[in-house]
Design a protein around this ligand. Structure first.
Ligand code: ASP
Length: 337
């Protein structure tokens, strides 16, 4: 049988780390060679080292570099695997999802909690799951970890050290490793709506604010003065915000100043819904945008992407009504969750 042609782009992270003087240090792909040699039994693999960073140091510039390489280098490959540190992998996978609309091959992010150099590493298994998904013929941006594959825009890192480090939030897995091999749930996969594009412009003027009881509303004036054009508020429960004690004043001013304000929830699971409580409806009256059941990572990167495409507040609002790649449940009754 013809082997599938897979491109591996490496970016560093624990998976490619070795102990150094101050703890684990990311290395280039030579430290992955032993495992790649085994995978070459099944796939034709081309490796390109893009960057070599602990993912804590990855910024939107690296997201753009990764997206450009995937888009430009993918020609002739059946799929792309991106090895990445786990700490910010969900942000990168979400951002890359939006920067590569209608991507026409599978792009699969993966990493590990223990370096490949460690005999007990989870890296070999994660790489194998990622390669299997990359060879599956199902286009989209995914994250593979602990024998599960999820949409990149639904992934959240939920454990700092446990091997089951990622969860697909408010969406079923795109695929799972079973005793019959990789079982893909095609109902989860994104449906391409046109030719693939590279849309890599991003705005970095987006701030994530986690609400706390009694937060000083003057913080919104400070953010406006700093030039922020978008704010994601992680509110309480279904989307509650402290509206007493001038709590709304700052948000009202931000919206009036043309800042796009997206309200999501601090809860990991389920959707925010501002229509349920008086405090939520007061927010909606101000013109804030509902984040619905998006992850914080998806809400942040979607807003950075929308503002990077020079959308005005009305266009941003319309965009957040739509699911671009499965980041929002458009028909909540159909999720089965
Ligand atoms: N600090 C590492 C990183 O994100 C953690 C990991 O890869 O698991 O690069």
């Amino acid at each position: 049988m013809d082997k599938k042609n897979i491109l591996l782009l490496t970016t560093g992270g624990t998976i490619a780390s070795k102990p150094g003087g101050q703890g684990l240090e990311p290395q280039r792909s030579d430290v992955m060679e032993r495992e790649l040699e085994q995978l070459r039994t099944y796939y034709r693999i081309t490796v390109r080292d893009l960057i070599c960073l602990d993912s804590s140091n990855i910024t939107p510039e690296e997201w753009q570099l990764i997206a450009r390489h995937i888009y430009e280098d993918r020609v002739g490959f059946d799929g792309v695997v991106v090895s990445h540190g786990t700490d910010t992998m969900a942000y990168t996978a979400s951002a890359v999802t939006f920067m590569l609309p209608n991507i026409d091959i599978p792009v699969v992010f993966t990493g590990s909690q223990l370096p490949l150099a460690d005999m007990l590493s989870d890296g070999p298994e994660n790489l194998r799951t990622a390669f299997a998904m990359a060879a599956s013929g199902h286009p989209g941006v995914f994250l593979a970890f602990d024998r599960k594959v999820m949409l990149g825009c639904r992934a959240v890192k939920i454990r700092a050290s446990g091997f089951s480090a990622f969860e697909s939030v408010n969406a079923r897995y795109a695929a799972q490793v079973t005793n019959r091999g990789l079982a893909v749930d095609t109902s989860v996969l994104p449906v391409p709506g046109g030719p693939p594009r590279l849309a890599d412009a991003l705005s970095q003027n987006v701030f994530l604010l986690k609400l706390t009881p009694g937060l000083n509303p003057a913080v919104f004036d400070v953010l406006a003065a700093m030039g922020y054009k978008g704010i994601v508020i992680e509110a309480f429960g279904l989307g509650g915000v402290n509206v007493l004690h001038k709590g709304l004043r700052g948000i009202r001013r931000a919206v009036e100043d043309g800042i796009s304000v997206v309200v999501t929830t601090q809860c990991l699971y389920d959707s925010s819904d501002l229509r349920v409580y008086q405090v939520g409806n007061q927010l909606l009256d101000l013109g804030v945008i509902q984040g619905r059941d998006m992850t914080t990572e998806a809400a942040m990167t979607k807003l950075m992407w929308a503002l990077g495409q020079n959308m005005n507040p009305e266009q941003v609002k319309d965009l957040f009504e739509k699911s671009l790649a499965g980041e929002i449940t458009e028909n909540p009754d159909e999720t089965g969750k």
